[in-house]
Design a protein around this ligand. Sequence first.
Ligand SMILES: Cc1cc2nc3c(=O)[nH]c(=O)nc-3n(C[C@H](O)[C@H](O)[C@H](O)COP(=O)(O)OP(=O)(O)OC[C@H]3O[C@@H](n4cnc5c(N)ncnc54)[C@H](O)[C@@H]3O)c2cc1C
Length: 415
Amino acid sequence: MIGHARSSALVLGAGIQGLCTALALDRAGWEVVLLDRAPEPMLRTSLRGEGKLHLGYVYGNEPDRTTARLMVDGALSFSEHLDQWLPEKVPWAALRSDPFVYAVLAATMVSPETLAGHYRWVDEAVARGIAAGMTYAGARTFSVTARLACPGDHGYSGDVIAAYQTSEIAVDPRWLRSAFIGALRSRAIPFLAGCVIRSVARTPHGFAVTATRETGESFTRRADAVINCLWDGRLAIDATMDIPPPRTCFYRLKYAVRGRMKPATARPTTTTFALGPFGDVVCWADGSVYLSWYPVCLAGVSGGLEPPCSWRPALDHPETTAAEHDLARRSLAALAERIPALRGLQVDSVKAGVVVAWGENDIDQPQSELHQRHAIGVHDHDGYLSIDTGKFTTAPLFAAQVADRLGTARHHRRS
Ligand SMILES: Cc1cc2nc3c(=O)[nH]c(=O)nc-3n(C[C@H](O)[C@H](O)[C@H](O)COP(=O)(O)OP(=O)(O)OC[C@H]3O[C@@H](n4cnc5c(N)ncnc54)[C@H](O)[C@@H]3O)c2cc1C
């Protein structure tokens, strides 16, 4: 902690991490300003995923279960934090997707028996949390994982050799986005749109953040604390504070497809394919369906301080290109081979987001660090905090940790 009174904070990046951090600090009495290059909050990665509140089932390839433990902590505190920070009552039951079945493909890297042991471990960790008073997406009840006797009865093709019904769910990021925007308004937290953050510098009295507007005009804002929640833009700004990345970082451009089932077609089973060729299918209460099949939806991999400029059109432009339409068609076809009901899906949109992860190997490699996401969280550099969000699931947990570290703002300003 630095010695003088602190009361103002600049939060860089208005994805789920920046939004939660801004609301947590506002609640602790900080005067918060939120900045982002986008025209509105939460238009990027946080909106483009399925919003699964990971309980750690997917990390069945990690021997010491550190990531699974962190996911349980993140998932079981997610709704409690948002219930505190959002002024509107959150209708958790309506936001929940169908619960996930973990479907094991013939090409699995981990045997069904080993996976079943891991799922039991997760179930026990979740049950302990719930017994201690925690909640999972607003619920205080939880059913343990059950092996489905015959995967074919649940709409899977013969490529699925085992299937496990879990209680894991996703919460709809589209609803959360509007709730966050409502919360910024009702708390009168300023959101500065269209600001590209260029650098942060320590000053004798705090920090100076330099940004440029779309017009090219550059400006500087000062504050007592700065919280970097820029996700794929985070390491480049850390570098301006002379903070090098601790390890090799890799960016992955990953697409997801959204659609809706045609009338009179069966609803597909909400599924995560694990562990090997990876994919997700998520059904929402409003009839919409999310899907991503990693072997097709992974459109680029790049190392370095930030993703290449060539990814910008995929991330920023609202129009869908012919190549993106084709990617949606191929993902759907690949998933429909495993879940034939998906042949009845009408595609509405295909959008890309960036996955930020340490290490060079890909998800189909057992040693990939995508299977071990525990090296994430809050890095505190004495008033400059940089958050590696890691997952949507852990964003509220890390935001609460930032508020704990910075403490309650003292409202006397420096002269
Ligand atoms: C397809 C896909 C599916 C996923 N599914 C899940 C899931 O089901 N569950 C889960 O837990 N996680 C999931 N994830 C991961 C999860 O989405 C991310 O961990 C999380 O959304 C990151 O949140 P964030 O706020 O840090 O980043 P973002 O939401 O990307 O927010 C960062 C913000 O910073 C802004 N920004 C960046 N650089 C600059 C700059 N220089 N100047 C100004 N603004 C800048 C961006 O415009 C953006 O608004 C998924 C990721 C992808 C890509």
